[in-house]
Design a protein. Structure first.
Length: 206
């Protein structure tokens, strides 16, 4: 855990490369994905302050916390920002799946998925393993999978996932192939997120 959260590998690149480094996902963070996620929410929001829910989902193996860490960090900053898309941010997960608090400061956190989903405008579905009991799987409850039935209590929420996704485990087919899915548009925005970052780097080198 300490090696991952101290970003030992990434920091060695930063120390010895001598050129700008763009993280395509490190041990604990995935900033380009979160940038694409923010772009996607900004493009598809219908209110000035949409309710955004990050919800844990089952998976066949333990996954790292990089994506949820970054998404939580960006959404918490957006929640208090006047420059970014402002959001009402909620995180839902089973007991024992709390993320590192330094990434979730400002978020509403609950173990009740149905309560979190009420009136949601965007739902980000993602599995992650335990942070405190690092890497462990404490829950395999299939009821956490996102389905159209659960969407009925939302504000016709758009559903996001960073891909690749386990069909019928994290998300039902009816959602992935349905009108509420943003996963393809979200994936396309990865290109524009990378372009914006690279443009900024190149302009800074002039």
């Amino acid at each position: 855990m300490s090696e991952d959260y101290n970003e030992v590998v990434l920091n060695k690149f930063l120390t010895y490369c001598g050129v700008p480094i763009v993280s395509l996902e490190s041990a604990t963070l995935h900033p380009l994905q979160s940038f694409a996620d923010l772009i996607t929410i900004t493009e598809h929001k219908k209110t000035n302050r949409p309710k955004v829910v990050l919800t844990w989902a089952p998976h066949v193996k333990a996954l790292p916390q990089a994506v949820p860490n970054s998404f939580a960090e960006w959404m918490c900053k957006a929640a208090g920002s006047t420059e970014l898309t402002s959001v009402d941010f909620v995180i839902a997960h089973p007991e024992g799946y709390d993320l590192d608090k330094k990434f979730t400061n400002g978020a509403t956190i609950t173990n009740n998925q149905d309560e979190a989903l009420k009136n949601a405008d965007f739902i980000y579905v993602k599995n992650w393993s335990c942070y405190k009991d690092y890497g462990k799987v404490l829950c395999t409850d299939t009821n956490w999978m996102m389905t159209n039935k659960k969407l009925s209590i939302t504000n016709d929420a758009k559903v996001m996932h960073c891909l690749p996704v386990r069909r019928g485990i994290e998300l039902s087919d009816e959602i992935l192939d349905g009108p509420n899915s943003l996963v393809i548009k979200q994936a396309a925005n990865r290109v524009y997120a990378a372009q914006a970052v690279l443009k900024n780097i190149l302009e800074g080198l002039k």
